[in-house]
Design a protein around this ligand. Structure first.
Ligand SMILES: Cc1ncc(COP(=O)(O)O)c(C=O)c1O
Length: 429
């Protein structure tokens, strides 16, 4: 018993040091042998030290999760508990001070005047489109290489998404293709800052000004990403963020935000989120329940001061990936045209599916963002662009992109493990 508690207190660095001594040994064996060994040790050994050793061993070397937020949250636990206790003591579970405080902190962070919290990023997009007065008979120009929510929000507003193809290098909306898609029905352009890099907002804003169109940014993946000194969220008439837990700034559930410099649009977005009700039981427009929980706002307020440092750790991890992947001609690493906060680190590789399976066999989780472009999704049947060949770049990259594990606490050893496995794949094919 005494021995167990001593080892339980053994600092992680010490365990890691022991593990690192075994590094050369590790290189001689495949991951599966170690997983097998680990299971045997867990089953047969009553020795806590040995079991802890193998658990750390597997965590450090033999398994790379796609996202792991436990290390990010652990140092903030006392702060989380404090704000939970505060909310419990006031019973202000929806809206209230926690939401108002986070709204003003987030508006300041983005460099805009108004922020309106939402129940999700999807709700935020719908709120923004409605606040911009976009509805039936309106076209909204957007990208098909995005998460479904971008397009769902346009459709739920009653408008029609018109897709322009993406840039071959950044995978964001290609500004050169926008003007050909503008018709008298076009009301807005809705670019997505995909993977953590802003779309070319200078070019997009110039086109919007020329044609008198609104711009709504989908910044769900770009908290803190900049072009020059300006942050995502500060370029358009309105912008929308998601705080889904795995985002660079993530809640403990669903939450989102609309930001803008337009007081009237902010006012309408707030009404839309709360049953169109400026005063209790008075409803001036048709709204929804898109409100943000106080607990989510409080969690986000605790996490926000760390966002820049976490983004920097993602940039550093991305730089290591890119440097280690150098020389592999079949792998195209991401191209950062502007400041990139690497919500996702996405490579492009022709043998994508085979590589993903190979990584899975080595317990390395990789993702697909996104395997089917929006215009080819069954939900878009009947849309004028719902055919193969309509958006050649988006269609081509959908079969070649692969998102590698990325989170602020990813270790150098984990990155090297991933790259080592990718190199092994190419040397064996
Ligand atoms: C580009 C993009 N837009 C919108 C959303 C929707 O956000 P939420 O999941 O918070 O509704 C997401 C979330 O993944 C997203 O990645």
């Amino acid at each position: 018993m005494k021995r167990r508690s001593q080892i339980g207190r053994m600092p992680k660095q010490k365990v890691c040091f022991i593990v690192s001594l075994c590094n050369p040994l590790l290189r001689l064996h495949s991951t599966s042998i170690f997983l097998h060994l680990d299971n045997t040790v867990r089953r047969q050994s009553g020795d806590f030290c040995l079991r802890l050793f193998f658990t750390e061993f597997i965590r450090e070397y033999a398994m790379v999760p796609f996202v792991d937020l436990s290390a990010l949250h652990a140092p903030l636990q006392a702060e989380f508990e404090r704000v939970f206790r505060e909310i419990l003591s006031t019973s202000a579970f929806i809206g209230g001070r926690a939401v108002a405080e986070f709204e003003s902190a987030f508006a300041q962070f983005c460099g805009v005047q108004y922020a309106v919290a939402a129940g999700s990023g999807t709700a935020a997009l719908h709120m923004a489109l409605t606040a911009c007065g976009i509805g039936p008979n309106d076209d909204v120009i957007t990208t098909a290489h995005t998460f479904a929510a971008t397009v769902e929000a346009i459709l739920h507003a009653g408008a029609t998404p018109v897709f322009v193809d993406v840039d071959e290098e950044t995978y964001n909306m290609d500004p050169q293709k926008i003007e050909a898609a503008i018709t008298p029905r076009t009301r807005a352009i809705l670019p997505v800052h995909l993977y953590g890099q802003c779309a070319d907002m200078e070019a997009i804003s110039a086109i919007a000004r020329r044609h008198n169109l609104l711009v709504i940014e989908d910044a769900a993946q770009a908290h803190g990403a900049r072009i020059g000194q300006r942050r995502a969220g500060s370029f358009g008439d309105m912008a929308c963020f998601s705080f889904y837990p795995a985002k660079n700034l993530g809640a403990f559930g669903d939450a989102g935000m609309v930001v803008t410099n337009d007081a009237d649009k902010a006012r309408i977005a707030r009404l839309v989120a709360d049953h169109g009700s400026p005063d209790k039981y008075h409803h001036t427009l048709l709204g929804y329940n898109y409100r943000c929980d106080a607990i989510q706002a409080a969690v986000l307020a605790v996490k926000m001061p760390h966002l820049e440092a976490w983004n920097e750790r993602r940039r550093r991890a991305a730089a290591r990936y890119t440097e280690r992947l150098r020389g592999l001609s079949a792998v195209r690493p991401p191209r950062a045209r502007f400041d990139h906060i690497y919500h996702l680190y996405v490579i492009r590789v022709p043998q994508r599916d085979a590589l993903k399976n190979f990584l899975a066999q080595r317990n390395i989780a990789a993702g697909l963002h996104y395997p089917v472009p929006m215009h080819l999704q069954p939900m878009m049947a009947g849309h004028p662009q719902a055919r193969v060949g309509a958006l050649p770049v988006a269609e081509r990259i959908a079969g070649e992109i692969l998102s590698l594990p990325m989170f602020p606490d990813i270790t150098d050893a984990q990155i090297d493990e991933v790259v080592g496995a990718i190199r092994e794949f190419f040397s064996s094919t």
